[in-house]
Design a protein around this ligand. Structure first.
Ligand code: NAP
Length: 281
């Protein structure tokens, strides 16, 4: 079997076009949906991410403000900026790019964002809403993975989904979203003794680890759907995921590539959350 690709670029294009239509409708009513992106420090990867996010906003007709600060910014100064944006009616979504410099408490900063503007979905209020099934902003990466499953018409009810990774921004919310769609969910992590034992039983595997070749062909049930969240570099410095793509695509029924899979979907769901924040007003 050679798996079919779930093309994150193509799906993103379609979803971003829908966002652009919604943004135009709001703009006609005098509301330009606005996203503020805060970058503290000079992390090169973060600089690329924020540039891509700002450009995606502009392309979809959203107003986007990029605030760049030196790594010497204090926690108090950053909290004051977030507070000002919380009270700025032209801003509907606030994103603070992580990681922050070590002297700033990530958690404290995320909790200072108004849950009404928490378009990254990282605030405890957003995580709690997901846990209890109330409306709230969903973390963009797992939300994008769910959209990818939806795009292939995959019915998760009664399926066994295995999530590899338990971070607050990917693994845990991913597991909750799969559970909400009535999958039976197993969460694996670094202390899981026999990862392959679990993944071999899975109808859906989501790999969110950050290590190459965490999932190889012998660990995948024939016909499974494989979503690769990982972003790593191979020996030639090329972007690759957590999944041994060449091997696993011969066993799976559907697979997401890296690049061109989950990555663009994460930014797309940020736009979707921002437009939703603006529409809620
Ligand atoms: P993270 O916070 O480092 O979490 C990694 C998780 O993997 C942890 O729960 C860890 O377990 C688990 N793990 C580590 N080694 C393992 C192993 N050998 N077997 C099973 N589990 C293992 O990372 P993250 O923020 O969730 O991100 C994960 C990956 O996704 C990274 O490559 C990141 O760059 C990528 N990512 C991509 C996007 C995108 O848009 N495509 C967005 C976000 C993240 P413990 O909890 O026990 O340590």
């Amino acid at each position: 079997m050679t798996a079919q690709l779930i093309d994150g670029n193509a799906l993103s294009k379609q979803l971003r076009a829908e966002v652009a239509v919604r943004a135009a409708k709001l703009t006609e009513k005098g509301i330009t949906p606005g996203l503020a992106v805060i970058l503290v420090g000079e992390n090169p990867a973060s600089q690329v991410y924020v540039r891509n996010k700002v450009k995606a906003c502009q392309d979809a007709g959203l107003h986007s403000v990029l605030e760049k600060y030196p790594a010497t910014m204090t926690e108090a100064e950053l909290l004051a900026r977030v507070d000002a944006l919380n009270n700025d009616p032209s801003i509907h979504g606030i994103l603070v790019q992580l990681p922050l410099p070590k002297h700033i408490d990530d958690h404290k900063v995320i909790e200072s964002i108004s849950p009404l503007k928490d378009v990254d979905g990282f605030h405890v209020a957003s995580a709690g809403a997901l846990l209890v099934g109330e409306p709230g902003f969903k973390a963009c990466t797992p939300f994008g993975c769910m959209k990818m499953l939806e795009s292939i018409g995959y019915d998760l009810r009664g399926k066994h989904a295995v999530v590899i990774g338990r971070s607050n921004i990917v693994g845990k919310p991913m597991a909750m979203m799969l559970l909400q769609s009535s999958a039976t969910v197993t969460i694996c992590h670094s202390a899981t003794p026999d990862l392959a034992y679990h993944t071999r039983q899975a109808d859906v595997v989501v790999a969110a680890v950050g290590k190459r070749n965490v999932l190889t062909a012998d660990m995948v049930k024939p016909g499974a759907v494989v979503i690769d969240v990982g972003m790593n570099r191979d020996d030639d410095g090329k972007l690759c995921g957590d999944v041994d793509f060449a091997g696993v695509k011969e066993v799976a029924s559907w697979i997401t590539p890296v690049p061109g899979g989950v990555g663009p979907m994460t930014i797309t769901m940020l736009l979707v959350n921002t437009i939703e924040a603006a529409e809620r007003l």
